[in-house]
Design a protein around this ligand. Structure first.
Ligand code: G3H
Ligand code: 13P
Ligand code: ZN
Length: 331
């Protein structure tokens, strides 16, 4: 039997986005796959009084089980009440790739879905996105579409044949599909290896600086669809301290480069009102677990390494809300 997100106490992202665009900040969209990630996201957002989008990828659904994840989101609503701060919580499908998956999530109580038709032709993307929007809107659920393909590390994002969003398409796409928000491609990409060192310059402190995001494309998009909610995927900054900790305690994460936080702060002040972060959490968690494991080789109680990892994650998310996205105090 289908469940509407309102029955779970979840929020729709539409109003949150309108406020974020007007207020010059972005709502955090953090991915979760397990209890500790969820706890740290919620505790960080309650402590910073930030609205939050809990993102579930299809990989997360396979890993953690869709029913459990949905009930965790329901539990999240009750948990934040217990913590004494009722922040708005959106449950969002990240990178939905079919109408069927989006429908399944809408029927399971998600309040927002992404239909990522960016790998299809423009017309196929329009048709698929429109179909999802029609079903979602009939259930009060908001939809994120995507135009432009995020580069992988193997792609040269500064090449002529880039897959940046084409500003001349956005107005038509938004009008014909009826989407509530639009993910764009301006030089970010998924994962911890967003750029090769060869693509970067080196600053005075020896730090690798990636090619500048295409803020000119973002500005052009904003001119064509003023005030329309824009989403930035692939927005992890790949904190060097966590990469160093991983490598110090037996790991091997080499040449990892992310998006400088100042650039994300700048994006958050524009129509970018949702910023997706997953990899930074993965790095922080792995670093903390490796450290405890290396320093306490006799430890075999998962709470003894997952607990410290949860603390490190919470600090990471608080930092993002306060210093990067500007969402602190906006719940
Ligand atoms: O954009 C992708 C997210 O980081 C989710 O990753 O598909 O490995 O769960 P995943
Ligand atoms: P990162 O890999 O940069 O964290 O991006 C996550 C994301 O875009 C999820 O949709
Ligand atoms: Zn993404």
């Amino acid at each position: 039997m289908a469940i509407n997100y309102k029955e779970l106490g979840l929020a729709n992202s539409k109003e949150l986005f309108a406020k974020a665009v007007a207020g010059g900040y972005a709502i955090p969209a953090y991915n979760f796959n397990n209890l500790e990630q969820l706890q740290s996201i919620l505790m960080a957002c309650v402590e910073t009084k930030s609205p939050v989008i809990l993102q579930v990828s299809s990989g997360a659904r396979k890993y953690a089980n869709a029913t459990l994840l949905r009930n965790m989101a329901k539990g999240a609503v009750e948990f934040v009440k217990e913590l004494g701060c009722e922040i708005p919580i959106v449950l969002h499908l990240d990178h939905g790739d079919s109408f069927e998956l989006c429908k399944e999530c809408i029927d399971a109580g998600f309040s927002s879905v992404m239909i990522d038709g960016s790998h299809h032709s423009y017309e196929e993307n329009v048709a698929l996105t429109k179909k999802v929007v029609e079903y979602a809107h009939a259930h009060g659920v908001s939809v994120e579409g995507e135009l432009g393909v995020l580069a992988g590390v193997e792609d040269d994002v500064v090449a002529e044949h880039s897959t940046y969003t084409r500003p001349e398409e956005v107005e038509d796409f938004v009008k014909r599909t009826g989407v509530d928000s639009l993910a764009i491609s301006i030089g970010t990409s998924h994962g911890a290896h967003k750029f090769t060192p060869a693509q970067c310059t080196v600053d005075a402190d020896g730090k690798l600086v990636p090619p500048m995001l295409r803020f000119d494309i973002l500005e052009e998009i904003e001119k064509r669809i003023p005030g329309f909610p824009i989403v930035l995927h692939g927005a992890s900054s790949v904190p060097q301290e966590h990469v160093d900790t991983i490598n110090k305690y037996g790991g091997s994460v080499k040449s990892a480069v992310g998006i400088p936080e100042e650039w994300l702060r700048k994006a958050a002040k524009s129509a970018v009102c949702k910023i997706n972060i997953d990899s930074d959490g993965r790095l922080a968690m792995t670093a903390a677990i490796r450290k405890v494991m290396a320093e306490n080789p006799g430890e075999f109680d998962p709470r003894k390494y997952l607990g410290p990892a949860r603390d490190v994650l919470k600090e990471l998310y608080k930092h993002k809300n306060i210093n990067v996205l500007g969402s602190a105090g906006k719940a």
